[in-house]
Design a protein around this ligand. Structure first.
Ligand SMILES: CC(C)(COP(=O)(O)OP(=O)(O)OC[C@H]1O[C@@H](n2cnc3c(N)ncnc32)[C@H](O)[C@@H]1OP(=O)(O)O)[C@@H](O)C(=O)NCCC(=O)NCCS
Length: 175
């Protein structure tokens, strides 16, 4: 049972210090303050956060996708390590896919390290399929990336998936 009081909302420039700090904890500093500022300013970028709401709001998880033509390119999915395995990652992925569906986008894609079995398992749970592999994609250790795609997110039948996933995430996290 999750005892945190959680809130999902779009990230804004007011959250930027927390965003950069979460990036550092989760990715070791993938994007800089300036990069996030650009992302937050961009009309083609959707950035969502999950906050715990006590006396003050604390950013626990964040996700981002770029709108490229009819595609959602998921660029960031990150949950504070102290709050992983509590359903926040799936709540966030659901919310990104719902936002993409609301925007009328047709498919979602992302790259993930081949060693990141937890993330791969999460994406597969939401129906992502492996479409290919980018050799030595990650510069820090030369690791390969898997390219995953989820097609048909604009189709009426995808609504049934969203409804089912909403039930799943409500059971664990968001009210
Ligand atoms: C990947 C990440 C976002 C998952 O977030 P999370 O909140 O821990 O995931 P959830 O608790 O919502 O898990 C949902 C599902 O994902 C899978 N999963 C998540 N973490 C897993 C792990 N460590 N091992 C195996 N499966 C895992 C499971 O299928 C899980 O479903 P289950 O709880 O029914 O078993 C989180 O581990 C993270 O931020 N990692 C660091 C950053 C990163 O690697 N991001 C992805 C870049 S592509």
């Amino acid at each position: 049972m999750n005892t945190l009081n959680l809130k999902l909302k779009p990230l804004t420039i007011k959250n930027i210090d927390e965003i950069v700090a979460l990036d550092k904890i989760c990715f070791g500093g993938l994007w800089s303050w300036e990069t996030y500022q650009r992302e937050l300013d961009s009309p083609n970028c959707e950035l969502l956060g999950i906050f715990s709401c006590g006396n003050s709001e604390v950013l626990l998880a964040m996700g981002c996708f770029w709108l490229i033509l009819e595609e959602a390119h998921i660029t960031i999915l990150a949950v504070n390590p102290q709050h992983q395995r509590q359903g926040l990652g799936q709540a966030l992925l659901y919310s990104l896919l719902k936002a993409a569906n609301d925007l009328g986008l047709e498919r979602a894609t992302l790259e993930v390290r081949i060693s990141n079995l937890g993330a791969i398992s999460l994406y597969k749970k939401f129906g992502f399929k492996t479409a290919g592999r980018r050799s030595k994609y990650y510069q820090d250790n030369g690791e390969d990336a898997l390219i995953l795609w989820l097609n048909g997110i604009h189709k009426p039948e995808f609504q049934a998936n969203l409804t089912q996933w909403y039930g799943m995430i409500c059971d664990r996290t968001l009210p």
